[in-house]
Design a protein around this ligand. Sequence first.
Ligand code: NAP
Length: 389
Amino acid sequence: MLTASAAPRHFRSLLTTSARAFPLRSTHLAAPSARICPAFTLPRMASTSSVPSSMKAILIKDGKGPSENLYLSDHDVPQPGADEVLVKVKAFGLNRMDSMQRQGKYPLPPSAPKDIMGVEFSGLVATSNSSKFKEGEEVFGLVTGGAYAEYVKGPANMLLHKPKTLSHEQAAAIPEVWLTAFQALRVITNIQKGEDVLIHAGASGVGLAAIQLAKRFGARGIYVTAGSEEKIAACKKMGATEGFNYKAGSWAEGLEKATGGEGVDVVVDFIGAPYLEDNVKSLKKDGRLVFLAFMGGAIQQNFNLAQLLFKRLRLEGTTLRSRSLEYQSDLVQGFLETGMLEEIAREENDKDGPHPIIIHDVLPWDKIKEAHDMMEANKNTGKIVMVIP
Ligand SMILES: NC(=O)c1ccc[n+]([C@@H]2O[C@H](COP(=O)([O-])OP(=O)(O)OC[C@H]3O[C@@H](n4cnc5c(N)ncnc54)[C@H](OP(=O)(O)O)[C@@H]3O)[C@@H](O)[C@H]2O)c1
């Protein structure tokens, strides 16, 4: 177990608060590549269902390129190693990093398959090398890659039993956005009851999950930015207090007015350089900002650092996929402990409920080019999910 004195500052802050999110182990501090791949793979387990040796998967012609380069091809079925599970995929979720990976712009973690994209999925256990899961069980989860395929293998600790009341499409839309939002709000910024938060790209998949988690964690004001009135309305439906259409005016002025000049305690940012100055201005003393992406650019010139000192600000970046398997596993378990999954499943089935899983579109997997184009044109509010017949 990590001690407070040995831990970096953000872990220390978690260790010293009563609301520690999930057990932290010293392995979280290891390089992302540490202990990712088991040194060996087990021989395939005896299975009552027959797992073929070959499967269909979406690959990228020439290794990288435009969406036209995506195509369905034959591929070997992956072999699960120790404590891993092989899943027959029914549905998988799309993420922006898939587009970057397709274009050859995403630094892959060492454990990720080089040729198959996809980090989240839902399906049936085909073979299991873990006592936690049995063949035929419905599961969903997170992997470092490989979900754009009929079969994906992943560590048992990053898998969850699918609630019976959720469809595979719904379950596949949960892992990446909810766990990223959980990491941002609990692990990195550790938002406290009564604090105010600004969530940029509020109508993105991660943004919508963050709004709902902030509400659950007792945030007071939940402010968002988005590129249209419709997207702001979608954010308010999920619990946002106020929204600012950045295409219609300055979000920073809108936020200043809405908070009576006070600003916010926490900022969840995906935009980067163009928002940096206003983000820092909008933070209260002891404010925390987490960078989850740099969709607007990563290079900022002439930035005055003074406020970081005077307001005692903390600015921190993170990516889920680059984290060690232990970290991601603990995140999955920490998220489970919040009871949020049960609540999501319950509310999703309440006809009057808020329907927390926001799916923009469900498409058959042979429409993968159209799906990537849709995401890159920012047409989606919430997740795009592909289904495998
Ligand atoms: N760090 C991590 O661990 C992690 C994990 C998951 C995702 N991410 C990143 O988080 C971001 C959101 O992911 P997602 O899957 O939730 O995305 P999404 O649902 O596809 O939504 C992204 C939204 O961001 C807004 N946007 C795009 N470019 C923008 C720009 N230049 N300025 C302002 N807003 C812009 C657009 O909405 P508007 O129309 O409102 O502008 C767009 O619809 C992505 O960049 C993704 O790579 C990071």
